[in-house]
Design a protein around this ligand. Structure first.
Ligand code: ATP
Ligand code: MG
Length: 198
């Protein structure tokens, strides 16, 4: 069993996240990609009309037609924001025979290692850094060193210059987000009136 976790805020999930996960499946043959929406601190439970529950529901809608994609409530249901290392430890103990990977974009790779117990995280999981326009991996020597050591694998994916920030801004300005997010997610944003005010 080869399992990859893809963490994120997913506020909202967009095609950049999905292409990244699909490319990881086709390159590394994962049995499952677990999308892991991050918890928010309790006082931030609602941001601009968006709850954690909505982020979860949009992620679930986005992955429902892909048998290898699943969404997890693990971090959302915890009282405080989780450290990646704690989440990975949980899934390692749940599936001791699985090989566990953690996928991030090239903008976020050092963020997860900067936090807590980077050494333990690297021992439990292989990190995958997916290329993202505007964030070359060679801008930090630290990243290049991890790649050289084989602790971070680089995944070149088709460049998708889309971010959740861009989606929120476009909705606020009444610009279309069709084709930038899955159609079901677009419908959900519209139905719930999310992101209308910046
Ligand atoms: P925001 O603008 O709110 O930060 P985002 O688009 O960066 O949103 P996140 O939820 O922060 O989305 O990202 C989750 C993960 O997906 C991160 O590891 C991020 O690097 C990666 N990712 C997001 N968009 C892309 C993209 N277009 N190409 C490659 N990786 C991406
Ligand atoms: Mg981001």
């Amino acid at each position: 069993m080869k399992l990859a976790i893809m963490g994120g805020t997913f506020n909202p999930i967009h095609i950049g996240h999905l292409v990244c996960a699909e490319e990881a499946v086709s390159e590394y043959g994962f049995d499952e990609i677990l999308f892991m929406p991050a918890g928010w601190p309790p006082h931030k439970e609602v941001q601009g009309g968006v709850t954690s529950e909505y982020r979860y529901q949009m992620t679930a809608l986005a992955v429902e037609d892909n048998p290898r994609f699943r969404v997890s409530r693990y971090e959302l249901d915890r009282p405080a924001p989780s450290y990646t290392v704690d989440t990975v430890r949980h899934f390692v103990s749940m599936s001791p025979d699985a090989q566990i990977y953690f996928i991030t974009g090239s903008d976020a790779i050092l963020e997860i290692l900067d936090w807590k117990d980077p050494k333990e995280l690297l021992e439990m999981a292989t990190l995958i850094a997916a290329s993202r326009p505007g964030y070359p991996l060679d801008r930090f020597a630290e990243q290049m060193e991890l790649i050289r050591q084989g602790r971070v694998l680089v995944l070149e994916i088709p460049a998708i210059g889309v971010s959740s920030t861009m989606i929120r801004e476009r909705v606020a300005k009444n610009r279309s987000v069709r084709y930038l997010v899955p159609e079901a997610v677009r419908g959900f944003i519209e139905e719930k009136g999310l992101y209308r005010s910046p």
